[in-house]
Design a protein around this ligand. Structure first.
Ligand code: CAA
Length: 388
């Protein structure tokens, strides 16, 4: 019996800042962003959007198609939690109209936790093949203004249905892991922005890739050349190129620039214009590959490298299922990205600084998102979500 991803759909905010605008204000060449880190735009969450509304918006097309009856568990992965106690997924459970017998839990380990959720979901559906698990990863990536991380912000959510006999990607049971207690990127509870040692974080990412891969090949019969494509965690799109070159070197495989491009480029189309979406980014990369690759991917092996600072990393593999192209949400995603509005630098600052009321008074939040779900008010320390 195979298990894996049966449906996949993502969401991002309707606002974006073009990184040329940021470069102009910083008086640097936009080439640093467009060519240096392969990022063109970054999504900025609307004032009435957060991880809950983005998650519900990501899952909506999938629920419309498959319904809610068989979903027995909702696993919510995020590092932008809105509550220390209540799982964000419980709000999503109501917004999506999930069954009251569906369990909900939130998972955290930086950008890695969506992969933990996917692996746990695979184990759950193997045990109860008549049930499906909804995995949602949702995050807002925020760094301090005027830091090197500023250009690598973004926001987005991805929703995946994990089932037996999946229609998109079968996930293999063999995985390679690497964990090390390091301080490359973290966000203490009292901060709204992450603290990051940028260059060090990139080095640790690559070190973790090597170790996770070495652990993977100890348990898997697959070798580097068995994979047609690789989906990497994408803090910025060029990280995939750096990672892929590194992995090829570890395997003593010489790759031409064309081969590198062929094996990773199609995973990057959405990330280039969304920016970092932390837990969601690698799976938005998978969506990009499935929806944009001109070759038929049926039967092809895809390698996945998931990285969460701090750090936990995992390498695993999957096989694309024949007929996958009929089960995608390509048009919905393209229309959503096309309909976004570019913001000026001043509008970006307004969105960045939008107040996050903490006084317990009643605060209505003006309607701004074009998504179906929005945060309408915060009142008495309670977040009030509505369906538009
Ligand atoms: N034209 C073309 N290229 C240019 C250029 C120009 N005008 N100006 C600069 N570049 C190139 C540079 O040569 C450099 O290329 P190389 O990597 O090949 O050397 C690239 O653009 C970036 O320039 P810098 O190295 O000078 O950039 P920086 O130090 O200001 O910032 C960064 C880069 C450290 C990644 C920063 O964006 C950052 O801190 N980001 C947040 C942390 C992060 O994303 N870390 C990744 C690993 S951690 C992780 O994966 C978890 C997570 O999600 C955060």
């Amino acid at each position: 019996m195979s298990v894996g991803i049966d449906e996949i759909s993502f969401y991002t905010s309707n606002y974006f800042l073009d990184l040329r605008t940021l470069a102009d204000v910083q008086k640097i060449e936009s080439g640093k962003y467009y060519q240096g880190i392969w990022q063109e735009r970054m999504s900025m969450a609307a004032p009435d959007e957060d991880v809950v509304t983005m998650a519900a918006n990501a899952a909506n097309p999938l629920i419309d198609r498959v319904g809610t009856d068989t979903i027995g568990t909702l696993l919510f992965a995020t590092e932008t939690g809105i509550d220390q106690s209540k799982a964000a997924g419980v709000y999503v459970h109501r917004l999506l109209g999930l069954n009251s017998n569906c369990r909900v839990v939130e998972l955290k380990q930086a950008c890695y936790s969506a992969t933990a959720a996917v692996q746990m979901a695979c184990a759950l559906v193997a045990r109860q093949p008549n049930k499906k698990v909804l995995v949602i990863a949702s995050d807002v990536a925020r760094y301090d203004l005027d830091t090197s991380g500023e250009a690598t912000q973004g926001c987005g959510a991805v929703a995946m249905l994990i089932s037996t006999n999946p229609r998109l990607v079968e996930i293999d049971p063999e995985v390679g892991n690497y964990t090390e207690d390091v301080m490359d990127f973290w966000r203490p509870n009292y901060r709204t922005t992450a603290i990051v040692d940028g260059k060090y974080s990139t080095k640790i990412y690559l070190k973790s890739l090597k170790h996770a891969w070495e652990n993977f090949v100890e348990v898997s019969s697959l070798a580097f050349n068995d994979f047609s494509h690789f989906c990497y965690h994408l803090p910025f799109s060029r990280m995939a190129e750096k990672a892929h070159k590194h992995l090829a070197k570890v395997n003593k495989v010489g790759l031409s620039l064309d081969q590198i491009e062929q094996q990773v480029e199609d995973t990057l189309h959405y990330n280039r214009v969304i920016g970092n979406s932390y837990t969601a980014s690698m799976y938005i990369g998978l969506t990009s590959l499935l929806e944009n690759c001109k070759d038929n991917l049926a039967g092809q092996k895809v390698g996945f490298f998931s990285y969460g600072s701090g750090c936990v990393a995992e390498f695993f593999s999957g096989t694309v299922v024949p007929g996958y192209e009929q089960c995608l949400h390509t048009l919905t995603h393209k229309n959503m990205l096309d309909a976004r509005r570019e913001v000026t630098y001043d509008e970006y600052l307004t969105l960045y600084h939008y107040p996050d009321p903490r006084d317990g008074e009643h605060h209505d939040i003006p309607e701004s998102t074009t998504g179906r779900y929005r945060l309408a008010a915060i009142s008495g320390h309670k977040r009030e979500y509505v369906i538009c």
